[in-house]
Design a protein around this ligand. Structure first.
Ligand code: SAH
Length: 328
């Protein structure tokens, strides 16, 4: 920290402003700092931002997929999605993932390591700089399980939300988890205003265990209990994600079971027609609209996630995996 080299809090504020608000990462451009301090900082704390390795822009909807190279050579991916209500950035929280969900490309090559707080911030900052556009929403829904990197993720949330930084409202931040019960309870204690999204994908333990190994550790009953604790303490609706897989979880009965299961919890359901990946034979469901209508008939607010960036490998982790494969 800068105060440890005898600098004032005022200098710390100036630096914070350059790094997190102005997004300037070159000490030479930090015009309000004395030249000697800039020279000293260059030596003591060289800035090594993540680099854009590859960038793909969808011709259909402008969705942009970024592959970033980290200082240690690891590759991660992030996505910029453009909506009428503003730009949304989906970031990765780990290099790879070890949750093993059957339909997901991020987990195929396993987990490399957690991302640091700066590496998470850098994904957002680099995209703001690259596009020169404001970002109004953040989703922690890229590669990795955010609740396994809880400490860094929480620091990230506080920093991206900081009024002297990018000032992105907590209500505009969504964290998605495959369902780690103790961490959900821990998170609820912080009483944040972020949206908690839970990847449900099945209506009973047997079915869920088949597609999500984590379900063997934390069953649906306990998961839903923790979801209720989160929504009761924060007074926020839970967003349940449900990937519709042909013939696996998309029948009329599944829809009714799902409605029943979530009947006494304040929530919203987001249906995701599953994106097909090479490693797995699961196909996208054809019943999305029907499924959605049944849930709505029970009074549950349900939406079908619009497919974005279909021409650029937008499903979780596909681009990174393909890149690593081609590299040999
Ligand atoms: N580990 C966290 C966040 C990353 S995954 C979690 O599991 O929630 C983000 C979301 O994308 C999850 O709901 C996940 O189940 C979903 N997902 C992963 N692969 C997918 C695919 N091929 N098609 C549709 N949704 C997918």
């Amino acid at each position: 920290h800068i105060t440890s080299i005898g600098q004032s809090k005022f200098r710390a504020k100036q630096l914070f402003d350059w790094f997190h608000k102005k997004l300037v990462w070159n000490y030479d451009e930090m015009s309000n700092l004395p030249i000697e301090l800039r020279t000293q900082l260059k030596k003591l704390n060289p800035i090594v931002p993540i680099e854009i390795q590859q960038k793909l822009v969808s011709k259909i909807d402008g969705t942009t997929k970024y592959l970033f190279r980290l200082a240690d050579g690891n590759i991660i991916e992030s996505v910029l999605m453009k909506y009428k209500h503003g730009n949304s950035v989906c970031i990765s929280t780990q290099v790879g993932c070890n949750m093993g969900c059957k339909f997901c490309a991020s987990t195929v090559l396993g987990l490399e390591r957690n991302l640091t707080t700066s590496e998470m911030l850098d994904q957002v900052y680099s995209i703001i700089k690259d596009t020169n556009q404001r970002v109004s929403n953040i989703v922690l829904m890229g590669s990795g399980e955010p609740l396994l990197n809880l400490e860094n993720v929480i620091d990230f949330i506080y920093l991206i939300n900081n009024e002297h930084a990018q000032n992105i409202g907590q209500r505009h931040i969504t964290l998605s988890t495959c369902g780690l019960v103790p961490q959900i309870i821990e998170l609820s204690k912080l009483n944040l205003q972020i949206t908690l999204a839970i990847s449900l994908h099945a209506t009973n333990n047997e079915k869920r265990e088949k597609i999500m190994p984590i379900a063997r550790k934390y069953n649906l009953q306990n998961l839903l209990k923790s979801a209720k604790i989160y929504s009761n303490t924060t007074n926020r609706r839970i967003s349940f994600e449900y990937a519709l897989i042909n013939g696996q979880n998309d029948s009329e009965q599944d829809a009714r079971d799902l409605a029943q299961l979530l009947s006494n919890i304040m929530c919203h359901i987001n249906l995701i027609p599953v994106n097909k990946i090479e490693e797995c034979e699961f196909d996208s469901s054809k019943n999305a609209k029907e499924f959605c209508k049944i849930l709505q008939s029970y009074g549950i607010e349900t939406t079908i996630r619009r497919k974005l960036g279909e021409d650029i490998d937008a499903a979780c982790g596909q681009l990174r995996r393909r890149y690593l494969e081609n590299k040999g």
